[in-house]
Design a protein around this ligand. Structure first.
Ligand code: MN
Length: 257
């Protein structure tokens, strides 16, 4: 099995190193990750500038771009093979609920999924890397289980996994969850710049609004590893029919009916 590893915190992040170390003896692994922190870059691609790829002393490749750039370049020119699986993370902080829209960790995994390659995004709930080796152990076991179930090479999948910051033997089993929802984000922070202009800082994400039973928030709060299968189709399927009716009505009244 060949695994491409990326992340959004940058090629020197402890979560990436831990993930690499946990997977390197169960698969052929390669790291292509951003040079700098690219958290909250989602699926952004760099189109207006060239990208450079360098190799660190430990063999990790790092790219002067976003997480999606890394996976895109790896799959469409850098690697001379197609990985069987792409694993992203382990992120410094939760990617639950609405976070998945903004997350560069999920973005890297999603880029692989868009190319038809199965992908998994891993995140720790709290920032600071406490028990990151336990999260890496979770990643290793999950990859092994997925391989044993012969899911690699079948239909591609996109999994979002969040791991509480606990020692490995205190983690509760994997729970399959839907995404919860967060409250609207906190107010932006303003400061005066040294040149007399106002600077605006995007503030933190909101707390959990929907953290009920069955959500990633609920499971991780109880010590479980939360696993959510994601899809990409943003179509509001439930309201397709209503919008069809509305637009038909608009067309009739425009025709004078
Ligand atoms: Mn990050």
């Amino acid at each position: 099995m060949k695994i491409l590893i990326s992340n959004d915190d940058g090629f020197q992040a402890p979560g990436l190193v831990a993930l690499h170390d946990a997977l390197k003896d169960i698969a052929e692994v390669e790291v292509v990750a951003p040079e700098h922190n690219n958290s909250a870059k989602s699926n952004a691609l760099t189109l207006a500038a060239p990208l450079y790829v360098h190799k660190a002393h430990n063999g990790f490749r790092y790219v002067t771009g976003t997480p999606a750039d890394c996976v895109h370049i790896a799959l469409k020119g850098l690697l001379d093979y197609r990985p069987d699986l792409v694993v992203s993370g382990i992120n410094n902080g939760a990617n639950m609920g609405d976070d998945t829209i903004y997350s560069g960790t999920v973005g890297a995994a999603m880029e692989a999924y868009l190319f038809g390659i199965p992908a998994i995004a891993f995140s720790q709930i709290e920032k600071g890397w406490a028990h990151v080796d336990a999260a890496a152990q979770v990643a290793r076991r999950l990859v092994q289980q997925i391989e044993r179930e012969k899911l690699i090479g079948g239909n591609p999948f996109l999994l979002n996994v969040n791991v509480p910051n606990l020692p490995f033997d205190e983690l509760k089993p994997v729970k399959v969850c839907r995404l919860g929802r967060r409250h609207a984000a906190e107010k932006v922070i303003t400061q005066d710049s040294p040149r007399g202009e106002t600077m605006y800082w995007i503030a933190g994400a909101g707390g959990a609004k929907d953290s009920g039973e069955g959500t990633d928030f609920h499971a991780t709060a109880a010590g479980h590893v939360a696993l959510t299968p994601l899809q990409i189709d943003l179509t509001d399927h439930a309201n397709l029919g209503d919008w069809n009716d509305t637009m038909a009505r608009v067309a009739r009244s425009a025709a004078g009916g």
